[in-house]
Design a protein around this ligand. Structure first.
Ligand code: C5P
Length: 306
């Protein structure tokens, strides 16, 4: 082995469409979702550790505060799974440089796990295919395979059965961040509560959304953004409605709560609109932070050896 460490860059994601089916007997909901990887990244550094140290995890970066650094972190679980699966006889140090908002519906934890899988594959020269890595990722969590794949993709099942989507152009996003996260299970159960007594059909792909992506039509995409969890997220966090209103007032092409929230993603036409909206959101007092990003971007990939 001729490298002592690798740096893997992994993107956050937003869900452009999220169709949620009825609650299944396994406690999960069947989904059809369209993911887009966006240019907010964590860097995952995977290195050989000191003999006998086992798996160690630490974190730095603007969104690292409060991230658990023990075996409950999905990045740690990813390393433990790879060690067990491939009988790796080595100690592994993982360092997360975090910029993806935490607990915001942007899959930051899943991205880190994706980075660890790709990093261990590279460091130990396992030669796994993307497909194999995605299948291992699915054992860890529904959003992990997309962290590996990146780009734009439809996720079916729990969101982990991926098919790439034909997409043209780059899209400009403004993301409104919240101070504290929303619990994913709580948002799903609020969704069930709000839909009580309604006939819920199987989840379906949003044709208008896919058509807009195929055509590179930002206006069409803005209109087609949809998330079945949005009402539930707004019901648990009413301030999100105010955030969505700011986007409408400042000419966003569309806005959506990302995943189970509370991050709100605004699609805008160009740099100028992005700037206007960033200023308006920052001044509104209803958000904790604003960041800009473009999508789609690549999935987990090695950017250097160390
Ligand atoms: O995917 P994850 O394990 O983070 O999901 C946490 C919880 O969110 C699940 O235990 C379930 O209650 C809810 N969930 C769901 N349907 C999904 C994904 C998550 O009901 N497709």
């Amino acid at each position: 082995m001729n490298q002592s460490g690798v740096v893997i860059r992994v993107p956050g994601k937003i869900n452009l469409g999220l169709s949620v089916g009825p609650l299944d007997s396994d406690g999960y909901h069947e989904l059809v979702t369209v993911f887009q990887a966006i240019s907010l990244y964590d860097d995952v550094i995977v290195k050989f550790g000191a003999e006998g140290s086992g798996i160690t995890l630490d974190a730095s970066g603007s969104t690292a505060t409060g991230v658990p650094l023990d075996h409950t972190n999905l990045a740690y679980k990813a390393a433990a799974l790879m060690v067990e699966r491939f009988q790796l006889d080595a100690d592994i140090d993982i360092h997360l440089k975090k910029e993806i908002p935490v607990a915001g519906g942007m899959a930051g934890g899943s991205a880190d796990a994706a980075g660890v899988l790709v990093g261990i594959d590279a460091l130990f020269e396992l030669g796994l295919s993307r497909d194999q890595l995605e299948r291992i990722g699915a054992e860890l969590g529904s959003d992990v395979p997309f962290g590996i794949a990146g780009g734009t993709a439809i996720g079916r099942g729990r969101g982990d059965e991926l098919t790439p989507v034909l997409s043209q152009g780059k899209y400009q996003w403004v993301l409104a961040l919240a101070n504290s996260g929303l619990s994913t299970p709580a948002v799903y159960s609020e969704c069930d509560r709000l839909r009580e007594g309604m006939m819920i059909s199987r989840p379906a792909a949003n044709d208008a959304l896919l058509q807009a992506l195929r055509a590179g039509d930002a206006k069409g995409l803005g209109k087609a953004l949809s998330n079945d969890l949005q009402s539930a997220a707004c019901s648990l966090r009413p301030a999100l409605r105010l955030v969505l209103d700011v986007g409408n007032d400042y000419g966003a092409l569309g806005c959506i709560v990302s995943g189970s929230g509370p991050t709100v993603a605004f699609l805008v036409e160009d740099e100028e609109k992005a700037l206007d909206l960033t200023v308006a959101l920052s001044a509104s007092g209803v958000v904790a932070g604003v960041v800009r990003a473009t999508g789609p971007t690549h999935g987990a990939r090695k950017i250097s050896s160390i």
